[in-house]
Design a protein around this ligand. Structure first.
Ligand SMILES: [Zn+2]
Length: 385
């Protein structure tokens, strides 16, 4: 399967590169906002819709008359912005996105470069770690992972925390992983993000808690700074940096977990998260969203498609926590605080989450939680201290 694979690396621009990038970002933003305004006006006043080629012609005219300074930027960058806006409008008309918005100075800034494929070796070489861009020269990248493939596009961005990144998109052939026999059931949760029917527990990194105090303090300081002041800007960046750190570590953790599951198991049964959220209280539904469990599922699904694996979503309304995975007895209630219990019928000692994962596996493969023997019998289990 051929997939678009994006490599993202951080880089550290020199002061000269920073200045040039500020120009590139500024001009790209100007072109985006100008095009958006022109488009909106043309539609409101003349009910005329402008597309990429119309705008491109207008832009060339603008460069020659009112805004000759647009020539300071790399020619391909504004063009790419127009293309991006075209895509944004396509998504809008298809009902997939909101109406495109104006870009502001303190949001993430980005410009896209097209790499000339005829002379690509001159400007890009992963082996000797070289990346050269027009008007910027060689970039000092942190090549944090090995790259395969030749990128066609390079996106340079700066996030609100003031960090610079390049994203290189390559088309690469992905080979299916060797097939193995096992099928696994996965229960997801808040205390442990991933629990498998084989007894693996991932734990849950509590980034938000770890950084909560830092964040609170930084936000309090921000609220005391005068609007429009330089100190307020600087404090805004500090807050953005903490948010970025939380998001980065959460994403890393989820990628580790989803890759591990997909590498080790050809078929994965996963409980439908919407049902999980509904089954339990509102407080927990929020936590489910907070931990990025939906993101975990998204990652598992696309990785499964890449590597020829299968993710079965178990969307049946079934008591995965309340049923004994050994004898199938369904118990009356299972408060969240009960982590371990003993089934009164078969005296099996259960770990709450692993038991649920085994039930998910059963539902995915057989179609019922536990065995059918004792279905319908409602019992109260004993909690184990
Ligand atoms: Zn039992």
């Amino acid at each position: 399967m051929v997939a678009q694979w994006a490599y993202k690396f951080r880089f550290y621009p020199t002061p000269t590169q920073k200045r040039q990038l500020a120009i590139e970002f500024g001009h790209a933003r100007f072109v985006w906002n100008w095009a958006l305004e022109t488009r909106t006006k043309a539609y409101q006043e003349h009910s005329k819709s402008l597309n990429y080629s119309g705008l491109s012609r207008k832009l060339t005219a603008l460069k020659q008359t009112e805004c000759p300074w647009l020539g300071e930027a790399t020619a391909s960058c504004p063009t790419q912005k127009l293309r991006d806006q075209d895509t944004a409008f396509k998504h809008f008309f298809a009902g997939r996105a909101k109406y495109p918005r104006f870009k502001k100075r303190h949001q993430t800034q980005s410009v896209r470069y097209q790499l000339d494929q005829r002379h690509v070796e001159k400007n890009f070489n992963a082996e000797s770690q070289r990346l050269k861009l027009p008007k910027l020269g060689a970039l000092k990248l942190k090549w944090s992972r090995r790259m395969t493939g030749i990128p066609k596009m390079v996106t340079v961005s700066k996030d609100p925390a003031g960090r610079y990144f390049v994203s290189l998109v390559c088309e690469i052939e992905i080979l299916p992983l060797p097939t193995r026999k096992n099928v696994i059931g996965v229960d997801v949760g808040v205390k442990d993000v991933v629990i498998t029917s084989e007894g693996y527990k991932s734990g849950a990194p509590k980034y938000t808690y770890q950084y909560a105090r830092q964040l609170k303090q930084a936000q309090r300081r921000l609220s005391k700074k005068r609007k429009g002041s330089y100190r307020r800007r600087r404090q805004q960046q500090r807050v953005a940096r903490i948010h970025a750190r939380i998001a980065d570590s959460r994403r890393d953790f989820l990628h580790q977990q989803s890759s591990k599951l997909i590498n080790e198991n050809p078929v994965i049964c996963l409980e439908d998260l919407n049902i999980k959220g509904m089954l339990r209280n509102r407080h927990l539904s929020k936590a489910v969203a907070d931990c990025g469990l939906f993101e975990l599922r998204r990652q598992m699904e696309y990785k499964a498609a890449w590597y020829g694996r299968e993710v079965l979503i178990v969307d049946r309304w079934a008591p995965t926590s309340k049923a004994c995975s050994e004898c199938g007895t369904i118990h009356e209630s299972m408060p969240l605080k009960v982590r371990e219990w003993v089934c009164p019928d078969c005296t099996t000692r259960h770990d709450r989450d692993i038991n649920a994962a085994i039930n998910v596996l059963r539902l995915g493969t057989v179609g019922s939680a536990g065995t059918d023997k004792a279905r319908g019998a409602v019992k109260t289990p004993r909690a184990v201290a």
